[in-house]
Design a protein around this ligand. Structure first.
Ligand SMILES: [Zn+2]
Length: 182
């Protein structure tokens, strides 16, 4: 239906910090519209997932494209309503980036190595699935959004933030923000 304006850190941090409420009514037009808006907005971006608070709606809904591990093929978008972790593996430190925090990346956030989760799909049916590696990181990152948590909160070392910078040779490399005085 519409590509929505993303909510960005730091200018709208307070909005990203709000907690989202569970969806109670699965058969209403507003939910349908929200799901379509999230899909359209994710489609307009380079990203693996998006959560409702990133477009200013405080409902527990996220859209994800699993299949983000190196050996996998990206899957079509899946709608996750009221996603919940059933069981999770030991944390692993790894990559994070966020549509709401453009051009800033890290390889320093611990997230579960695998997650067994439950959610309601857009057809109202239960989804129970196990995801691992990057897919588990993506899911965990989105559930964090529903709780007002950003990847910046999970850094082990606050200096481990990188941004792409084009060098004199025209090649882009990742440079630490602290080394740029930011
Ligand atoms: Zn994010």
């Amino acid at each position: 239906m519409a590509v929505k304006r993303l909510i960005y850190y730091p200018e709208d941090e307070a909005l990203l910090r709000r907690k989202s409420a569970p969806v109670a009514n699965f058969r209403n037009k507003r939910l349908k519209r929200l799901i379509q808006d999230l899909k359209d907005t994710l489609d307009s971006q380079r990203g693996a997932a998006i959560a409702a608070p990133q477009i200013g709606v405080y409902k527990r809904v996220a859209i994800a494209k699993f299949g983000q591990n190196d050996d996998a093929e990206e899957e079509p978008m899946v709608t996750l309503i009221n996603p919940e972790i059933i069981e999770a593996g030991e944390p692993e430190t790894g990559f994070d980036g966020c549509l709401s925090i453009p051009d800033i990346y890290t390889w320093d956030t611990p997230r579960p190595s695998w997650i067994r989760f439950r959610a309601t799909g857009e057809d109202g049916n239960d989804i129970v699935r196990r995801v691992e590696g990057m897919d588990a990181r993506v899911l965990h990152h989105e559930i964090d959004h529903l709780d007002g948590i950003l990847f910046l909160d999970r850094l082990q070392d606050p200096n481990e933030l990188y941004t792409p910078v084009e060098g004199a040779d025209g090649k882009t490399k990742m440079v630490r923000l602290v080394d740029l005085g930011r």
